[in-house]
Design a protein around this ligand. Structure first.
Ligand code: SF4
Length: 280
């Protein structure tokens, strides 16, 4: 009777770094306000809220005496400038993988080239990246939108960090076919999501039940659940240890556990403790 953790689970590098930066600010007794929720996890947001962290939705809401935190998704330069002007301090927790995309976009724009970013135009990460090349960048979801682009000049093609590789490469190929000059394709997809899915897939065949810890509305946790379900019928998405129904574990000897990239370690530990207490 044992609990097995997937090889990769929980906080990705960028989210862990952002939470650490907030904790450091709290340690210096700063009044911390994040622009947008720092992380898509209700329980972790509540924990940080209990320590005094609040969320704002617009830079105009920040005041002198406060520390503004830019979350891992990053923001456009004009938003950062406004925060710098209004706050006493700005902590930039933009994930370095996102910073790379922003820099690539800014450089291509400075060379008067087009920038095509494949991703969701409404996603905060994409809004931020577009802000680095406002006149040159286009954010498109997939190859079906390539025909709607203007005539492209030596375009740079990059991606939102969390999209599927197939979508990226298919769309990049479609762009190459219509662009003038040389098309530069740089894969900027981060492997965090795929690594968690691969690790869950590797474990799912070895266990009789699988718990995925993550937000109910988190698409990355839902995808993890689907991966687990492919090989382990008794796979469940739970938010906390309280969602475990002991009836689901009757006769079960091996349980797998994984967690989405926004799920904190303390929450994962609680689930493992609860499973152990239930005699699994
Ligand atoms: S998923 Fe990847 S790009 Fe996004 S914050 Fe995490 S490490 Fe950074």
């Amino acid at each position: 009777m044992k609990v097995l953790l997937a090889d990769e689970f929980g906080f990705c590098f960028g989210v862990e770094r952002a939470v650490e930066m907030v904790e450091e600010s709290l340690g210096r007794n700063e009044v911390v306000r994040t622009l947008g929720p720092l992380i898509h996890n209700e329980q972790e947001m509540e924990r940080l809220g209990n320590k005094g962290v609040t969320t704002i939705s617009e830079p105009v809401q920040i005041s002198r005496g406060e520390t503004a935190v830019i979350r891992a998704h990053g923001v456009a330069p004009d938003v950062e400038k406004e925060l710098q002007e209004k706050a006493s301090k700005v902590v930039d927790a933009t994930c370095p993988f996102v910073t790379r995309v922003q820099r690539l976009a800014a450089r291509a724009a400075s060379e008067n080239r087009h920038v095509i970013v494949i991703g969701n135009p409404e996603h905060p990460e994409m809004i931020g990246v577009k802000g680095y090349a406002p006149d040159n960048a286009f954010v498109i979801k997939d190859e079906s939108e390539v025909a709607g682009l203007p005539k492209l000049n030596n375009p740079l093609v990059v991606s939102q960090t969390t999209i599927k590789a197939k979508t990226f490469f298919d769309t990049a190929e479609a762009i190459k076919n219509v662009a003038e000059g040389e098309t530069q394709v740089i894969n900027t997809i981060c492997s965090a999501t795929r690594d968690r899915q691969d690790a869950a897939r590797a474990l799912a065949g070895e266990v009789e039940a699988f718990y995925v810890i993550g937000g109910d509305h988190s698409s990355n946790s839902r995808k993890l659940l689907n991966v687990c379900k492919e090989q382990c019928e008794k796979s469940f998405l739970i938010q906390t240890e309280e969602d475990i129904d002991p009836k689901d574990l009757e006769g079960i000897e091996t349980v797998g556990v994984t967690a989405g990239a926004s799920t904190p370690k303390w929450l994962i530990d609680r689930v493992v403790e609860r499973l152990s207490a239930l005699g699994v």
